[in-house]
Design a protein around this ligand. Structure first.
Ligand code: BES
Ligand code: MN
Ligand code: ZN
Length: 497
């Protein structure tokens, strides 16, 4: 699908379909009013008949309107004008794309500048519209023997803007929207791939292709190098697997050479059986998504490289399977982490923190301006926050605020949870420096507390995406979150330096 921006939509616009909004109680938007006038009150008449109330997400397709050049006009319900906000705008765009895809229109002109009612600028509106459009048309069919690939009729979308003076802003919005959408698609594809295809080796290959394409530096550490570095925690997770673990490092240098990088550290457990602390069978297939943190790092790198963002970023991905085996790590085993601290592994299913802690220690060598780790870390986070927001923890309040803001702007939200010292007591161990689990209470917090013991040397934020990285049930599949949040965070950081 191709996207462009244009001002000057009118009854003379030649296109397969013009999309305009209708607020609740049949209140026409500005663009709809314009078409209504040209068609001598045709839209008002239709609304009066009760075919369209303007309910959020509803659509009504009209054909061959009098005095209107466009083949079709699609009315999209926007809900009550006074309640119109970010979410309503995104939903309206998504509803429009879904409806357009059921028509034969090959091109469309979407005229929903009501988005500025949400107090966002036109650049934001276009970015959001592009990301929402792409998300709506995403399909994952590479594992089907006969991919459907039903060619969507819709090829070109023009976003109507009110006046040409905002063209520059809109163009930047378009560029950012495309980059985010491409990053999200990559993350979703990787998440959706099964564990037998998306192995640590596969992640390393995808990173290699990405690095090559965008001229980024790639380093892949193998088991022997991890041994030399003393990554006892990461290696303890990989022990039971026949798939070789990888520590994947991708360096993007878009900023001044002297500028410290932002480090993104993504959990890359390509399948999490739980290890000897084996998980129950039900829905275990979903543990192929346990590398979505890693996928979001690669997706974000793709997005920022495509935009040529002026910032330095290093992506660090510890990748491994977590398997039971005769030589697998056992509950009670004690390992020495790269930091020198010892850990009693009371539950081999708390493996994410074990691979992340060594990757976080490794991040120190980059003297990062900030580190964000992204992980499908705890079931407890799903219980606490569900599937709406990601859990956010940080050792620096300014950084936390910055991450939260990026979540709000991108619509990929997070919620700040506590990291108070008192919780650290739950990680007490009789035999090692501390344990890798803290019991049932506040499971998402104690997991973050564990990581906090490895992040004293830099400003750090942790995103627990266990509830947001994928959907279960009929719509089972990866969401690509938090690529929009991370990319927005980096766009903002780049504009500051
Ligand atoms: N990958 C899981 C977390 C997870 C569970 C994500 C369910 C999404 C849905 C993680 O490795 C894990 O198993 N965590 C354990 C930790 C526990 C043993 C302290 C959990 O959450 O049960
Ligand atoms: Mn686990
Ligand atoms: Zn896991």
């Amino acid at each position: 699908m191709e996207f462009s921006i244009k001002a000057g939509m009118s009854e003379h616009t030649q296109t397969g379909c013009i999309v305009v909004g209708v607020f609740a109680s049949r209140k026409l938007s500005t663009a709809a009013t314009q078409l209504d006038r040209a068609s001598k009150g045709y839209l008002a008449l239709i609304l009066k008949r009760g075919d369209m109330e303007g309910k959020a997400g509803s659509t009504l397709l009209l054909q061959a309107l009098p005095n209107i050049k466009s083949e079709r006009v699609l009315l999209v319900g926007l809900g009550p004008a006074e309640e119109f906000g970010d979410r309503q705008y995104r939903d309206a765009v998504a509803a429009a794309i879904r409806a357009l895809n059921t028509t034969g229109a090959t091109d469309a002109w979407i005229n929903l500048p009501e988005c500025t009612l949400t107090k966002r600028d036109i650049g934001w509106c276009i970015t959001q519209a592009v990301v929402a459009s792409r998300a709506t048309t995403y399909r994952f069919e590479q594992m089907k023997s006969k991919p459907k690939k039903t060619q969507l009729a819709l090829r070109r979308i023009t976003f109507g803007i009110d006046d040409a003076t905002t063209q520059r802003l809109a163009a930047t919005g378009l560029e950012q929207g495309l980059a985010i959408a491409h990053g999200v698609s990559l993350a979703r594809d990787l998440g959706n791939l099964p564990g037998n295809v998306c192995t640590p080796t596969h992640l390393a290959e995808v990173a290699r292709d990405l690095a090559k394409h965008y001229r980024m530096k790639l380093t892949v550490l193998e088991r022997t190098q991890m041994e030399k570095l003393g990554m006892g925690a990461l290696l303890s997770v990989a022990r039971g697997s026949v798939e070789p673990p990888k520590l994947i490092i991708v360096e993007y240098r878009g900023g001044p050479a002297a500028e410290k990088p932002v480090a993104l550290v993504g959990k890359g457990v390509t399948f999490d059986t739980g290890g000897i602390s084996l998980k129950p069978g039900a829905e275990m297939d979903e543990m192929k998504f346990d590398m979505c943190g890693a996928a979001s790092v690669l997706g974000t790198l793709k997005a920022i490289a495509e935009m040529k963002l002026r910032i330095n970023v290093v992506g660090i991905i510890p990748a491994t399977e977590n398997m039971p085996a005769g030589n697998a790590t056992k509950p009670g085993d004690i390992v020495t982490t790269m930091s020198g601290q010892t850990v009693e592994i009371l539950n081999t299913d708390a493996e994410g923190r074990l691979i992340l802690c060594d990757a976080l220690t490794y991040a120190e060598r980059y003297k990062p301006q900030a580190v964000i780790d992204i992980a499908t870390l705890t079931g407890a986070c799903v219980i606490a926050l569900g599937h709406v927001v990601s859990g956010l923890f940080a050792n620096d309040d300014a950084l936390a605020t910055e991450v939260l803001k990026a979540g709000e702007v991108s619509g990929d939200r997070a919620w700040h949870l506590p990291l108070h010292e008192e919780y650290q007591e739950q990680l007490r161990s009789n035999f090692a420096d501390f344990a890798n689990i803290g019991g049932r209470p506040a499971g998402a917090v104690t997991a973050a507390c564990y990581l906090a013991r490895f992040t004293k040397k830099f400003k750090w934020a942790h995103l627990d995406i266990a509830g947001t990285a994928w959907k279960s049930g009929k719509e089972k599949g990866s969401t690509g979150r938090p690529v929009p949040l991370l990319t927005q965070f980096l766009i903002k950081r780049a504009s500051k330096s």
